[in-house]
Design a protein around this ligand. Sequence first.
Ligand code: OAD
Length: 250
Amino acid sequence: MRVFVITGAGVSAESGIPTFRGKGGYWRNLDPAKLATREAFARDPKLVWEWYRERRQHIRNARPNAAHEAIARLAQNTDEFLLVTQNVDDLHERAGVSPEKMVQIHGDIFVTRCSRCDFKRHDYEHPPSPRLRRTSEQEHEEEEGDVIPRCAECGALMRPGVVWFGEQLPSSELQRVETYLRRGACHVVIVAGTTATFGYIVDWALRASSGGELIEVNPEETPLSQFATQRAREPAAIAMPQIVDQIISS
Ligand code: OAD
């Protein structure tokens, strides 16, 4: 069976990570859409780093929920599987989706990369236990203080390894999605916990399902709802385990 899954912030909501556009999306009365930009970073890198450090800390303390676990089960029980997540957290990975079956299309919050050259580093070692993160000495120091990291290669400011508003999607990751979609239509497409604001999300979902089964998991209506063949108007942690059980047993 060939399966394609797209997730957004709603899937991590029940792990206590606020969605962007929902309640709790604002930070110190600041709109994430205004903080997650190159302009905001150029104006006030310290403020932007403070926001990301708080989010990193929050994510480190969070645990994958039943939706992440169900998606990992689906990944492990289907012949062909690709997850495209807009989430920059690592909860899918910690639930057990292997990196080759997942594309983090908006980046990885635990990557720190140079704002000028190609240098980047992963700020957390992947620990033996998939559910816990261990901080590296350097990162711990930086998080304790309010140091803005500098590039070890060129000395420019380092920034979080995420896609900001107005930036291009990473081409290598785009290529992985394209390659998977070009291999043919999917038996099942699931889109969970996203407002599907971006055209490419709707486009990928429609291309992958190609008139076949398109399941939307979202308590609210979205631009994708009109195309869905099944709509679960429930929280992902409730709906996903049932949907995955049905797919695996069919
Ligand atoms: P949003 O915050 O826009 O939307 C979250 C969606 O999850 C909404 O449609 C909610 O109805 C739904 N939702 C809330 N709780 C849920 C739950 N328990 N179960 C299922 N669904 C739930 O987040 P995204 O759509 O992921 O991009 O946002 C897309 C992108 O916009 C983000 O990756 C980020 C943001 O700006 C960048 O940073 C480039």
